[in-house]
Ligand binder design. Structure first.
Ligand SMILES: Nc1nc2c(ncn2[C@@H]2O[C@H](COP(=O)(O)OP(=O)(O)OP(=O)(O)O)[C@@H](O)[C@H]2O)c(=O)[nH]1
Length: 297
């Protein structure tokens, strides 16, 4: 009996959603960093097995929004939750239950869908601690399943797939077998650049950056890409460029390397930094940068 369906991966920022999805798919679909709210769009990763097709939707970490962008990100996440067959709520086992979890719990309760709790980062816990964490979480909600995992070490992920499958519907594959993501190449290329920025910057900058592809051209000596990096303050532009252009160069070289791997050929990347004052509070700009996936809601 073949099964297929959508699994929304939800959780607080930094819980490990993208790591989990990339591990399950054995391919880098979503970018990762230690900065909260790395993921902005709902990213579908598709895993096709002989007996089932799993369509994972990696949602932006749900959080109390401070800006218009935050509200849009939450809206993207909620929409994925409404459309899925089963919810996988991933939590960082090292973190205590907090206000951010109540926020998610309220949403989950309203949906009446099967919920699998994944207690992540067990590689950082001993057995006693893990037992205590499982017990504490079992009091929070009547979860359909609780599975301790380490997304990073790919620990217990076969069990996760087995359990998820039991909640999928009987039916044919929803996407072609060879497809691993529903995001196009341009999006993935911009995300690679954004990841390199996130890995090198701190505080407000990671949240203030958007990356747009301006031009892509196939030339005899490889692929030429021009990308625009948008920040929301003039001071951030200076930081991103760095002393004698060192920071932007380091971002460019790291991204260029990964882009070459992705495209399987030589890549020449040009980066420009532009200030769009306070863009995260302007709905038209959020839409223009492709971050509002449901702008007709
Ligand atoms: N030790 C350990 N670290 C992990 C594990 N899973 C994820 N991490 C780390 O936790 C951090 C956040 O992981 P992400 O996968 O980007 O988290 P996310 O939930 O997608 O975050 P947002 O995109 O901000 O919502 C990264 O530094 C990961 O390397 C794990 O199983 N063990």
């Amino acid at each position: 009996m073949y099964k297929s369906g959508f699994i929304a991966i939800v959780g607080r920022p930094n819980a490990g959603k993208s790591t989990l999805m990339n591990q399950l798919l054995k391919e880098k679909i979503a970018i990762m960093s230690d900065k909260p709210n790395t993921t902005r769009n709902n990213i579908a990763g598709i895993l096709t097995k002989p007996d089932a097709q799993y369509v994972f939707v990696d949602t932006p970490g749900i959080h109390k929004p401070q800006q218009q962008l935050g509200r849009v990100l939450n809206k993207n996440a909620y929409s994925a939750m409404e459309d899925c067959d089963v919810l996988a709520w991933i939590v960082d086992g090292n973190e205590n239950y907090g206000a951010g979890d109540t926020f998610i719990l309220e949403r989950i309760q309203a949906l009446h869908k099967p919920v699998i709790l994944l207690i992540n980062k067990i590689d950082q816990m001993n057995k006693e601690k893990l037992m205590e964490v499982c017990l504490n979480w079992s009091k929070v909600y009547d979860f359909d399943e609780i599975i301790p995992i380490s997304a990073k070490k790919a620990d217990n992920l076969m069990e996760v797939l087995k359990v998820m499958k039991s909640y999928l519907k009987e039916g044919p594959a929803l996407f072609p077998e060879e497809m691993t993501s529903d995001h196009d190449l341009n999006f993935r290329m911009c995300e690679i650049v954004r990841e390199k920025i996130l890995l090198r910057t701190h505080e407000e900058i990671p949240h203030s950056v958007a990356v747009l592809l301006e031009k892509s051209e196939q030339k005899p000596n490889g692929y030429h890409l021009q990308m625009l990096v948008i920040v929301d303050k003039k001071s951030q532009k200076g930081i991103l460029i760095g002393k004698q252009g060192r920071m932007i160069r380091s971002i460019r070289l790291a991204a260029q390397k990964e882009l070459s791997d992705l495209l399987g050929q030589r890549v020449e990347l040009e980066l420009y930094v532009r200030v769009e004052q306070n863009w995260r509070n302007h709905e038209d700009k959020i839409k223009a940068f492709g971050l509002d996936e449901f702008d007709d809601d």
